[in-house]
Design a protein around this ligand. Sequence first.
Ligand code: SF4
Length: 328
Amino acid sequence: MQLVGIAKLAASGELLAAKRSVEYFELPTRRLLNRTSERMPFQWTVNPYRGCEFGCVYCYARYTHEFMELHAPGAFERKIFAKQFFAASLAAELRKIPRKDWIAIGTATDPYQPAERRFEVTREILKVFAAGRGRRLSVTTKSDLVLRDLDLLQELARANIVHVNFTVTTMDGELARLLEPLAVRPDLRMAAARKLTEAGIQVGVFPNPVIPMLTDTEASLDAVAKAAAEAGATFLGGGLLFLKPCAKRVFLPFLERHFPRLAPEYERLYRAGAFLRGEYADGIRELVARIRTRHGLRDAPIEYTPELWEPEPEQGNLFEPQAAVRSS
Ligand code: SF4
């Protein structure tokens, strides 16, 4: 097969390191910023890595490996691509976009996955942002490695609107281990959230995806919201599991293995498509809204003006809170 585009770039990536069964590659990258669709609350995304060692069974980002013609089971978790990074190129990309645009880091893959310990692509990207002012930036992760960059985030937050999102699907450690085999434990994620809020960084928590019949009960969602509020988070997301074919191929066999009675229920629920709509979806939205209110959480970040904020001249009042979306 003749490889083209991203598949060709991936095939040419130099092997950076190999650990247990994980291989790390460098991915030649033309640009780091990617435009999002209008449905999203942010305008640009940055994903420092392709693939993710955390290996969540519901992960929808597996399709990004399919673009590289990497279809083998487990390739997404075991062939990790660190994007080639040049500070000057990112700075040049940033100069071309309005400063009012919201840039989200970690919408497809986790920017603080284990590869980040070695390659520090996320840290280098944050340094570029820290050199400027008046940007809006969010970072989404399931890892407490984000604390390594606390100093940088504090510097960023003095001149930019910044928040960190933690994805926590459940506070049940055993269930989390099954669903997110190599991700940091939920209690450690919440402890990291607390450290960030104590250091003055705004934090949101996302119980996403809400997984039907596994994490969709009031007790389960309430436990996440309670821990988020105790950690000082200001907002709580809440989006239902969607199962694109790439995620379905991993998630349904997982159900067969661990929750066989649920497998036929899922076949029925997702027969019409990847997204759930109707009474059940509306009910989850209402439940999450009630739980938010109960714990004094918002559905979006709080508007604030950083100490060294410098808006673009044409900008008016800039930060319109919108329903935040997760990713990692
Ligand atoms: S942490 Fe996020 S990107 Fe990584 S496997 Fe899990 S859902 Fe996918």
